[in-house]
Design a protein around this ligand. Structure first.
Ligand code: ATP
Ligand code: MG
Length: 442
């Protein structure tokens, strides 16, 4: 209700209004206009108007005879509000409007104070809740991140990822993923280093044991051909050098960068069998190769040698005396298969599944020296060459090992350059090709 209407109604009905009466924003604006017309300071200077809020202003309206028509005591105490100004109604009557500061009523003032304190309490509570939520949202994941780091420092196995934390889409999630990635990379590098060390120590034992064999054979028969033993000793030292160099290179060269080569598997296996036979003098190795002079496969010679040598040595080592070890090569459409079969006392299927696990050995093999790493090394070396190693129960009670390697048909003309070369020291012949350009290889 506007002041104008208020007066109009007062004029018409001569009624006194019930109060307290709350002025609307509009009414305040009207009152403001009235105050301005009368050259008084605007209400915002007189009273502290909250933006858009309602304001209670204490005021009285007197008629021309100075009798009180309307009285509204505001519960809000507004200081310096004692202004009086004349006002003429639409009917031409003269009035006087007086705004004034009222001492607030004790009840209302208490009510307002209580409301204010409740408001303040709620504010404190909201702030507390907000800070608790923020703490929960930020501190908890940070603690989890710290936990990750601590676990890693304590060298505990990093097996369980805090999935919830890593799935977060905010910066903390991103930081968590970075840390998890970092830890994984470090873990992998650590594992790789251990593997390299194991491989190196393991593989170096083979030429060493052949060296021992050479010297003991010579010891047994000093009249035998010295040259033959010297060649063997020279070859084994060569082998050790190649091995250490190759294993060290493997640690810094990415798989894609290692150059592959074509090789004649028949020739390759024959050379290898000579070495294995030298170490296992008593073993009877029965090899059957196809007549075709070359079965060509694209692989890395050193890794293939490492794998095949371990498998052949196992077959000789675990084969019962007087039982032959069979080695065969079969040519298939897309792969060549090397089969190695030895007799034995029987191996269970469950055992076969575990044989490729590092350090796993069958109890019946405890009398033979070994670490249980040969098959793991062979498997990794073959997989590195895109091949596959399968272990099966042999019908002769031992192990049947199948080594499949991707083959290239002898008639295949590669659409990329190849280079034939001979290593003067080892006498190995190889054809080197750049496979990075050869998309049509297989
Ligand atoms: N040809 C095989 N015939 C029978 N058992 C085998 C054969 N090859 C492997 N095994 C069994 O699998 C186990 C693991 O073989 P692996 O070559 O990994 O290790 P290892 O020969 O014991 O030791 P090394 O680390 O010296 O190779 C052997 O201990 C043996 O019990
Ligand atoms: Mg072995």
């Amino acid at each position: 209700m506007l002041v104008n209407e208020l007066i109009q109604k007062t004029e018409q009905s001569k009624l006194q209004f019930e109060y307290p009466y709350t002025l609307s924003k509009q009414e305040i604006a009207k009152l403001d206009a009235v105050i301005r017309q009368n050259g008084l300071p605007p209400p915002e200077e007189m009273i502290d108007l909250p933006p858009g809020g309602l304001k209670l202003i204490s005021f009285k309206i007197f008629d021309a005879h100075n009798s009180l028509l309307f009285y509204y005591p505001s519960p809000v105490s507004n200081a310096d509000l004692d202004y009086t100004f004349p006002f003429q109604s639409a009917s031409g009557q003269h009035y006087r409007i007086a705004t004034f500061s009222t001492p607030p009523s004790p009840f209302l003032s208490k009510l307002f104070k209580r409301a204010a304190s409740i408001q303040a309490g709620l504010l404190v509570l909201a702030t507390l809740l907000l800070s608790l939520t923020l703490t929960w949202l930020i501190t908890k994941p940070l603690i989890q991140l710290g936990e990750l780091g601590r676990r890693y420092l304590k060298l505990e196995k990093y097996d369980q990822e805090p999935l919830k934390l890593l799935a977060r889409r905010d910066e903390i999630g991103a930081l968590g993923r970075e840390i998890a990635h970092l830890i994984k990379t470090v873990e992998e590098q650590k594992q790789k280093k251990q593997e390299i060390l194991n491989d190196m120590l393991h593989e170096i034992r083979t030429p060493l044991s052949r060296l021992r064999m050479a010297t003991s054979l010579f010891e047994q028969d000093p009249t035998s051909e010295l040259d033959e033993f010297l060649v063997r000793i020279y070859q084994e030292f060569e082998r050790m050098e190649t091995l250490t160099q190759q294993i060290l290179e493997q640690s810094r060269v990415e798989a894609a960068e290692i150059q592959s080569e074509f090789l004649d598997v028949n020739k390759f296996l024959r050379e290898l069998l000579r070495d294995v036979q030298f170490e296992f003098q008593q073993a009877s190795i029965d090899a059957s190769f196809p007549d075709t002079p070359q079965i060509i496969t694209a692989t890395n010679r050193e890794l293939l040698r490492r794998a095949t040598e371990n498998l052949l040595r196992n077959a000789c080592k675990y084969s019962p005396r007087h039982e032959s070890v069979f080695v065969g090569i079969t040519n298939h459409d897309f792969y060549i298969r090397i089969c190695i079969d030895n007799a034995g006392k029987g191996i269970s299927t469950q055992d076969i599944e575990k044989l490729m696990t590092p350090f796993y050995r069958l109890s019946i093999s405890r009398f033979e020296s070994g670490f249980g790493l040969g098959l793991d090394i062979a498997k990794r070396a073959i997989e590195f060459n895109n091949g596959r190693l399968t272990l099966e129960k042999s019908s002769r009670g031992g192990l049947l090992t199948k080594l499949d390697l991707p083959a290239i048909s002898p008639n295949y003309t590669p659409a990329f350059s190849t280079r034939q070369q001979r290593d003067e020291r080892t006498g190995h012949e190889s054809i080197t090709a750049d496979f990075r350009k050869a998309d049509n290889l297989r």
